[in-house]
Design a protein around this ligand. Structure first.
Ligand code: 1CP
Length: 345
C-alpha cells in the first residue's frame, strides 16, 4: 500500500502520528561534506547551476539525518541572475549584485533567456526526485518579489533597506513594474519546478518584516497572493508554504488571505497566538531559534518540547525560525531529529 508522505499529509491538513521535520538551509556550510564540494567548485552560482553538484548537496543532509523533506539546493538570487543582472557570491560578504536604481535600469532586465538559464535547476530537481529516500518529499522554492527586489536594488544584503524603500515609497508606480515582473517570472519558475518533480513549494519573504503595514499589504502580501493564485491555477494540487519572516501579528493576514497551505513561523511568533489565531486556518511550520540549535543541550530540548506541546496537536511541520547557521554542531541536528520523531502527541 502506498502511504502518503508525512509532509504532504500535514500540508493537506492531516495530523500523521509522526511530526514531519526538515530544516531551512539544511544543506550548507555546517556540513563537512558540503564544504568539501564547495571547495572544489569555482563559485556558489556554479554549484547551484551544475545539476550533479546541486543534487548531491541537496541529498547530503538526508544521508545523515531522517529528514522528511529535501529542499532543492539553489538560491533565491538565481532569478535576478536569469533576468540578466550581474550576481556574484563573495566569501564572507554574501551576495553582491550590480544594483538597479532607476526605471531606466529596469530596461536592462529581460525574461527572454530565463527558462534556458534556469534549466539546470529543473535538471537537478529531476535527479533528486529519482533518488529520494522513502517518505521524504521534494521542496522547490523561490524568493517573494519584495525580498528578491531588495537584493536587486540594494546590491546585496542591507541593514536599513534605504534604497528599496526610497523607490517603493517615493515612486510606487515605477516600483510596481519591477514587482509585477518578479510576480510573472517567479510564478512561471515555480510551475516549472513542479513539472520537474517538486512536490511542495516554499516562498521565502525573508525581509517582509521591514515594511510598514500598508507597504506590507501592497509589496509583500499582494504579490505573494498573486503568485500562489497563479501557481495553483496552473498546477492545482501543489501545496505552498509561505515564510513572511518578521511580520509579527500580520501573520494573521497571511493565514486569512494568502491562499497558502502552510505558514512558516519565525522564532519571534508567540506559540499560543500561533495555535489560537493561525493554526485553525493553515498548517504551521517552525520555529526553533537557529541559535538554540547551536547551543544544544537542555535549552534546545526544552524549547523544542514547548513548540511540540503547543503546536503538534494540529497540522504541524517542525522547522527552525530561520536558516541553520554555519557554526551549528552536526550532533545537535541529529539530537533534534530524534527528539521530534520520538514525540508522541
Ligand atoms: O556556501 C556558501 O558560502 C553560500 C551560503 C549560501 C547557501 C548555502 C547561500 C548564499 N545560499 C545558500 C543556499 C540557499 N539559499 C538555500 C538552499 C536550500 C537549503 O535550505 O538547504 C535556500 C532555500 C536559500 C534561500 C535564500 N537565499 C534566502 C531566503 C531564506 C533566508 O535565509 O532568509 C535568502 C535571503 C538568500 C540570499 C542569500 N544567499 C546566500 C546568502 C548568504 C544569502 C543571505 C544574505 C543575507 O543575509 O542578506
Amino acid at each position: 500500500m502506498l502511504v502518503e508522505k508525512p509532509l504532504l499529509q500535514v500540508l493537506s491538513g492531516k495530523t500523521p502520528p509522526r511530526v514531519p521535520l526538515w530544516l531551512m538551509r539544511q544543506a550548507g556550510r555546517y556540513l563537512p561534506e558540503y564544504r568539501a564540494v564547495r571547495e572544489k567548485t569555482a563559485g556558489f552560482l556554479d554549484m547551484c547551476l551544475t545539476p550533479e553538484l546541486a543534487a548531491e548537496v541537496t541529498l547530503q543532509p538526508l544521508r545523515r539525518f531522517p529528514l522528511d523533506a529535501a529542499i532543492i539546493f539553489s538560491d533565491i538570487l538565481v532569478i535576478p541572475y536569469a533576468l540578466g543582472q550581474k550576481v556574484t557570491f563573495e566569501e564572507g560578504r554574501g551576495p553582491v549584485l550590480e544594483p538597479i536604481r532607476t526605471v531606466a535600469d529596469l530596461g536592462r532586465l529581460s525574461a527572454a533567456r530565463m527558462t534556458e538559464m534556469l534549466a539546470p535547476v529543473e535538471a537537478a530537481l529531476r535527479r533528486v526526485a529519482g533518488a529520494l529516500p522513502e517518505g521524504a518529499a521534494l521542496i522547490g522554492f523561490a524568493g517573494a518579489p519584495w525580498t528578491v527586489a531588495s537584493y536587486m536594488i540594494e546590491g546585496g544584503s542591507s541593514r536599513d533597506f534605504a534604497a528599496i524603500k526610497r523607490w517603493a515609497y517615493g515612486d510606487p508606480d515605477s516600483f510596481r513594474r519591477l514587482i509585477d515582473l518578479l510576480v510573472e517570472v517567479t510564478s512561471d519558475y515555480l510551475v516549472r519546478q513542479v513539472d520537474a518533480g517538486a512536490e511542495v513549494l516554499q516562498i521565502f519573504d525573508s525581509w517582509a518584516g521591514v515594511l510598514v503595514e500598508r507597504g506590507l499589504d501592497i509589496w509583500a502580501l499582494a504579490p505573494t497572493v498573486e503568485i500562489v493564485r497563479r501557481v495553483k491555477a496552473a498546477r492545482p494540487g501543489v501545496p505552498i508554504i509561505v515564510f513572511p519572516r518578521g511580520v509579527g501579528t500580520q501573520y494573521a493576514a497571511y493565514a486569512e488571505g494568502s491562499g497558502c497551505d502552510a505558514l512558516s513561523l519565525d522564532q519571534a511568533v508567540p506559540l499560543d497566538l500561533a495555535r489560537r489565531e493561525l493554526q485553525p486556518r493553515v498548517a504551521l511550520q517552525g520555529n526553533l531559534d537557529p541559535m538554540l540549535l547551536v547551543a544544544g543541550g537542555a535549552a534546545m530540548r526544552d524549547e523544542a518540547a514547548r513548540i511540540l506541546e503547543t503546536l503538534a496537536s494540529g497540522p504541524f511541520v517542525f522547522n527552525l525560525g530561520h536558516g541553520i547557521v554555519p557554526q551549528t554542531p552536526v550532533e545537535h541536528v541529529a539530537e533534534l531529529c530524534e527528539l521530534v520523531h520520538g514525540w508522541r502527541r
